[in-house]
Design a protein around this ligand. Structure first.
Ligand code: NAP
Length: 259
């Protein structure tokens, strides 16, 4: 299917690896020029180089912390006029509800709620003026079904989801859509980290922890960054202009809910 976005320009935050990279690659495959970001320059340059040679699109890189005001300013300075924004950042650490104090919450809110809001506030006015824009926020299945050990993530992402629910309806009249993609467990570095934590807590090896988790997923496997990216690219496509303010779960059926 032609996604109808060839030649558009996208900022994909936190995209040297994992789900962000999956989104960047799928957008590039659709002919979208990219501004890619991550903190570590080496992996970022490697990912950008592979995309340039595979898909022939223009890719600009900005090595910066997207959760930091100065980092965002640098990304925005380089980005210029943007049609598509994919918001992403690393997830907060796991723990117990008793572990976290105010500073931990502020850090999680900065990374997973206030950073994407700041990016939307910076880039959506231009999209609205030009009458076309797409925003996808990578959140988590924890928005629909809490993951107890990820209380910081549950909290910050719920806040972002509330903001998007109202804001998406305010920008939609101007041709701008905002939607959230909710990953269940996907085979990325983050998943390996979570499996290591589960293995240590249960006194089992990582492979067993992974098998145990896979058994709880109706699809009996982890998702891939490529299939996640393909969904993101569709949400950013010309065809998705009537999808507004939605929370789309990609979890292999893990959340046991009718709606
Ligand atoms: P990942 O494989 O660890 O990749 C994270 C990417 O983000 C890397 O490119 C990393 O590069 C970049 N990054 C991290 N923090 C950043 C920052 N502050 N500024 C700029 N770039 C940053 O993670 P993932 O699995 O793709 O997860 C992406 C998001 O989805 C996370 O918020 C995660 O919590 C959420 N999520 C993931 C899953 C899953 O199963 N994978 C499930 C639910 C939710 P640098 O380290 O070099 O910056």
């Amino acid at each position: 299917m032609d996604l109808g976005i060839k030649g558009r320009r996208a900022v994909v935050c936190a995209s040297s690896k994992g789900l962000g990279l999956g989104c960047a690659r799928a957008l590039a495959e659709a002919g979208v020029n990219l501004v890619m970001n991550a903190r570590g320059a080496d992996a970022l340059e490697q990912a950008a180089g592979a995309i340039r040679s595979e898909f022939g699109v223009e890719v600009v890189t900005v090595a910066a912390d997207i959760t930091d005001e100065n980092g965002r300013a640098e990304v925005l300075r380089v980005a210029g006029e943007v049609d598509i924004l994919v918001n992403n950042a690393g997830g907060p650490p796991p723990g117990m509800w008793t572990d976290w104090d105010r500073d931990d919450f502020i850090k999680a809110l900065d990374a997973n709620m206030l950073a994407p809001i700041a990016m939307m506030k910076a880039l959506m006015p231009g999209m609205m003026e030009r009458g076309w824009g797409r925003v996808v926020n990578i959140t988590s299945q924890s928005v629909k079904a809490p993951i107890p050990q990820l209380g910081l993530s549950n909290s910050a992402r719920a806040g972002l989801t509330g903001y998007v629910a109202g804001t998406a309806r305010q920008v939609a009249p101007h041709g701008v859509t905002v939607n959230n993609l909710l990953p269940g467990i996907h085979a990325t570095d983050r998943a390996v980290g979570l499996d290591k934590g589960a293995a240590e807590a249960a006194g089992i090896d990582v492979e067993q922890a992974r098998k145990n988790r896979q058994a709880t997923i109706p699809a009996r496997r982890y998702g891939t960054a490529a299939e996640f990216g393909a969904t993101c690219a569709f949400l950013c496509s010309q065809h998705a202009g009537f999808i507004v303010g939605q929370n789309i779960l990609l979890d292999g059926g893990a959340v046991n809910a009718t709606l």
